[in-house]
Design a protein around this ligand. Sequence first.
Ligand code: TIU
Length: 224
Amino acid sequence: MITVNARPYPFSFDPAHTAVLMIDMQRDFLEPGGFGALLGNDVRPLARIVPACHTLLALARHHGLAVIHTQEAHDPLLADCPPAKKARGRLACGIGDPGPLGRVLVAGEPGADFISALQPEPGDIVVRKPGKGAFHATALDNILRHRGIRHLLVGGVTTEVCVQSTLREANDRGYDCLLVHDCAASYFPHFHDTVVEMVVAQGGIVGWAAPLSAVQAALEESHA
Ligand code: TIU
């Protein structure tokens, strides 16, 4: 077992039964001209976590954890996009419309792709999702159960939208979740900080939180 110095108390996991779940590190959220920018956000705070996310994925592959990337994207007909989601925000250029990175939030378009620094590697699993939470209308729960995964190390964007929704869905399904908090980011830094506190409050009501350095130290100690 690996034990990470986490809040509100140490987080223990067996690498053979653990996955890194990297949420939606796509051009549509991190790059100018994507969905996040079209929503009116400054995308720059998200770029800061890319090196840490890269290190977390490398650590996972090195130590034999499963690696799962989620991708928020819709099929080209938007058959899996609730009309309410498309309508939200009254955007002049919204989901399915042609934008600077191709059709917004549509699978196969440049914007839906993962950023170049965090492309999936052979052996990684990619789960496309139509919602904010990664369990809604996806095979993620089956994938985790088939692999015997019970613990999740979670990073990605954005902390208070897709990351938090996924943490809560996972927690309700019985997974122990560690939010690797410097591998997650929000367009609103105070939302990020508040989500971290919400997760660990009340005895870890939704999960645990720790910085990447604590995860790295725990994994490297296990190999010492
Ligand atoms: N808008 C926003 O903060 N996030 C999203 O729409 N999706 C994800 O968080 N991936």
